[in-house]
Design a protein around this ligand. Structure first.
Ligand code: ASP
Ligand code: MG
Length: 405
């Protein structure tokens, strides 16, 4: 059972969450509880680091920002003890949870479960583990990247062959789209790992993307629930293998991300090495590229378009200006459009159904929305449109694909 920041935001929340744990203990289960820092706690710690050292040693950053979880782990153990349940806390290094040495975004490499299992044998009922942290081969404290407690929970569930991994948050599950954008958004009872991956990496920020990949690889049954809603009122959303999904719709959800930018290089040479050069320079500038489209060449020249987060446009532009001025890549013009948004429809049903693209595009055209870029994967169709139409597009698509029903 993993409790996110809002579920341990203060002592009353810790109490409420602990009660959920106790109920399961009374059902005869041994539980591993993973906790995040109190809501806002990690942001606060990060700002302290940046204030102290604008350019910082990532090892010390991890030493500081991992500490929020230590507090909630201890408080949760104390609360459970106060409710009469044998419980103790573990920091990541005590488990131990071994990770790579890539500080601030370390990956879990191995988990030793013997310590925890031994304590369960001795009669302990709840092991409270601080999320988000581990220990590197150099015996330094590491963190797993923002949202990393989800991955701690899934990794522990896999290592312990847990029955299920429950992620408690402040929403009662995964929705067909963002309820703030479309009031007809509906909670899903089930969603396939792959659909969840597509939705998570596109701005539905309920689960850390890496935790879903981990769950999929290790077949961990993942349930997203609200710690504020009684379990009799909502079972949340089960993230599981597509084979388990009872009745799947062609489209499971509509995702969107508001702050995108589109950059086009007009008339680059159509020969080997140009794309490599363009995208190497962007990667060196740490620009996160999303969609890439290259037009069919005419007379040996072509246009190349890509999208990136809006706040990285400056870095992208500079990189592209540099490769032109040092003669590496020639192009006529660089066109930047930083008022676009991305809207995507996602569903495993697309593998076997035709007509999803046609439907999506005609819905947008009926609303008078122009499509600027289109990309697809096996289970997703994404378009870039003018940002001011994003809400309209999401609502129209949600209606057209009957996601409310
Ligand atoms: N506290 C960390 C964060 O805010 C990890 C987590 O909550 O998952 O990113
Ligand atoms: Mg989170």
């Amino acid at each position: 059972m993993k409790f996110g920041g809002t579920s341990v935001a203060d002592l009353a929340c810790v109490q409420r969450s602990a009660k959920r744990v106790v109920r399961e203990v009374h059902n005869g289960k041994n539980i591993v509880v993973v906790v995040s820092a109190m809501a806002g706690g990690t942001n606060h710690l990060i700002s302290k680091v940046v204030e102290t050292a604008p350019v910082y040693d990532a090892r010390e950053y991890d030493a500081v920002v991992s500490s929020g979880e230590n507090i909630t782990a201890g408080l949760m153990a104390l609360t459970l003890q106060g409710m009469g349940v044998p419980a103790r806390s573990w920091q990541g290094w005590q488990v131990p949870i071994g990770t790579t040495a890539t500080h601030a975004s370390a990956r879990i490499t191995h988990i030793e479960t013997d310590n925890i299992l031994h304590k369960f044998d001795e009669g302990m009922r709840v092991a409270v583990v601080a999320g988000f942290q581990g220990i590197s081969p150099e015996y330094r404290i590491t963190t797993l990247g923002r949202g990393g407690s989800d991955t701690t929970a899934v990794a522990l569930a896999a290592a312990l062959s847990a029955e299920q991994c429950q992620i408690f948050t402040d929403v009662d599950g995964i929705y067909t789209t963002d309820p703030r954008i479309c009031d007809r958004a509906k909670k899903l009872d089930q969603i396939a790992y792959e659909e969840m991956l597509e939705l998570a990496s596109m701005g539905a920020r309920v689960l850390q993307t890496r935790s879903i990949e981990f769950a999929m690889r290790n077949a961990v049954r993942l349930r997203v629930l609200s710690s504020f809603v009684d379990e009799l009122d909502s079972q949340g959303t089960l993230v599981c293998d597509e084979e388990e999904i009872m009745e799947s719709k062609v489209v499971a959800g509509v995702a969107c991300s508001r702050d995108e930018a589109k950059l086009t290089l007009i008339s680059v040479a159509d020969r080997p090495g140009i794309a490599a050069m363009v995208f190497s320079s962007l990667s060196e500038a740490n620009v996160n590229i999303d969609m890439i489209v290259q037009n069919i060449a005419e007379k040996g020249r072509t246009d190349m378009t890509f999208s990136c987060p809006n706040d990285q446009v400056g870095a992208a532009e500079q990189a592209l200006i540099d490769i032109r001025s040092n003669g590496e890549v020639r192009y006529d013009e660089l066109v930047v459009d930083n008022s676009v948004a991305k809207v995507s429809v996602v569903g495993i049903g697309m593998r076997s159904h035709t007509g999803v693209a046609a439907k999506m595009f005609s819905v947008l055209s009926k609303e008078g929305i122009n499509i600027k870029v289109i990309t697809t994967s096996e289970i997703k169709i994404s378009v870039l449109i003018d940002r001011k139409y994003m809400e309209l597009a999401v609502q129209a698509l949600h209606d057209a694909f009957e996601l409310e029903e």
